[in-house]
Design a protein around this ligand. Structure first.
Ligand code: SF4
Ligand code: SF4
Length: 383
């Protein structure tokens, strides 16, 4: 049987800013949290909020922060968040982690990934973009989301979902409307995250991102060694990408001095590459907030792989929903050719919420619970 890939626990190593000082800061802030919110009895999620606060308080009181719900990254995000937004953050985080375990469903998914474009300028060795069936334009999977569709999705999510990530199968900054999309997101989601390969970070794009103040801006970079980086991130130029990330750091320090956006370099652990924390830290003069190495999702050609033998239900079915550039709903990006059909928010008249609770999704979840994974899920190691 293939080794199950635990989706929630995919960081193999992290580094960056001083966790001890952030922990202390969060601990101080949390002391009067319950009273400070005044929200415990006012929100539909009061029970969740209460459990989340208890857990955060318990974990903060330990020497080494250990929690089944929160991780060290959450502490950094909380520490930068105004206190009046903590309740939203704690509720979203709780739903994101706990709902897939308890198989609980809300009207909306805990997290939505929006794909501004499926096009990418790189062909990373470990990415489905190397599969011609996806990236060859003749096959119909390549495209850009219109600004109108983007706005209609965001309108549905605002107030209902707090974890929104801009990324999926392509490089988001390649979308023609990317700056307008960023502008439309401003101030709407507590857990907004942008993933980028950092090849196109010029001033207007950087300004648009920082102005929207995402919680986290992730630069995908897997090695501080030029040759190794370029052998993995095919078509990318190491020096160019380093220059771009430094430009983000400079602009943030100059024009967005109070920004809460966390700058994170995140690499994929692929055949033993050496991310090189200290080299990366030297490279960016200690100005990055976080450096992380993520276990590679085994996603190369899942359509022609052997059965994985994994029987545990896939947590993504209770955690995330993907809305791709044409409005179609993807259940994950392992199924990058969308063999699993759920529906489309653009041309079926169905809402995000209706699709999340649809018969198609329900049947898929039921097959996982019954340990009867089929199709691409049967070959997939994610759970
Ligand atoms: S930059 Fe991201 S989307 Fe593009 S090929 Fe690399 S991993 Fe895939
Ligand atoms: S292919 Fe199936 S099992 Fe794999 S991540 Fe997607 S939904 Fe989960």
């Amino acid at each position: 049987m293939a080794k199950p890939y635990k989706k929630h626990n995919s960081f193999s190593a992290v580094g960056g800013s001083d966790l001890a000082s952030v922990k202390l800061s969060v601990k101080k802030k949390i002391q009067n949290l319950a009273q400070g919110f005044g929200l415990i009895n006012q929100t539909a999620y009061s029970d969740i909020l209460e459990k989340a606060i208890v857990e955060l308080e318990r974990a903060s009181n330990q020497n080494d922060f250990q929690s089944d719900i929160f991780n060290s990254f959450d502490l950094f995000e909380l520490d930068r968040l105004p206190k009046d937004l903590w309740a939203r953050y704690l509720i979203y985080r709780y739903k994101y982690v706990v709902f897939p375990k308890t198989r609980q469903l809300d009207a909306f998914p805990p997290c939505v990934q929006i794909e501004p474009t499926s096009i990418c300028n790189l062909r990373c060795k470990f990415c489905y973009q190397v599969d011609d069936k996806l990236s060859n334009k003749a096959n119909g999977h390549m495209g850009q989301m219109t600004l109108d569709l983007f706005k209609s999705v965001v309108d549905q999510l605002e107030g209902n979902v707090d974890a929104v990530t801009l990324a999926s199968r392509g490089e988001p900054t390649l979308a023609k409307s990317f700056p307008d999309m960023m502008n439309y997101l401003k101030g709407k989601f507590v857990g907004l995250k942008i993933n980028t390969n950092a090849t196109r970070l010029k001033e207007p794009i950087i300004e648009s991102i920082l102005d929207a103040e995402p919680a986290v801006l992730v630069f995908s970079m897997d090695s501080a060694n030029e040759a190794e980086y370029e052998s993995m991130r095919v078509n990318a130029k190491f020096t160019h990408v380093v220059e771009n990330i430094k430009r983000v750091v400079d602009i943030k320090q100059t024009n967005f001095t109070n920004s809460r956006t966390i700058l994170r370099v995140s690499g994929v652990n692929y055949e033993g590459n050496d991310l090189g924390y200290s080299s990366l830290e030297n490279c960016f003069g200690g100005s990055l907030d976080q450096i992380a190495l993520v276990e590679m999702v085994p996603w190369i050609d899942p359509y022609n792989s052997e059965l994985s033998g994994v029987q545990e239900p896939c947590s993504d079915l209770w955690r995330r929903m993907f809305i791709w550039w044409d409005g179609s709903v993807g259940v994950c990006d392992v199924d990058y050719l969308q063999s699993i059909k759920i529906g489309n928010v653009r041309n079926t008249g169905k809402t995000v919420s209706q699709l999340w609770l649809s018969e198609e999704y329900t049947n898929l979840r039921a097959s996982h619970i019954a340990a009867e994974r089929a199709g691409v899920c049967a070959s997939c190691q994610v759970c």
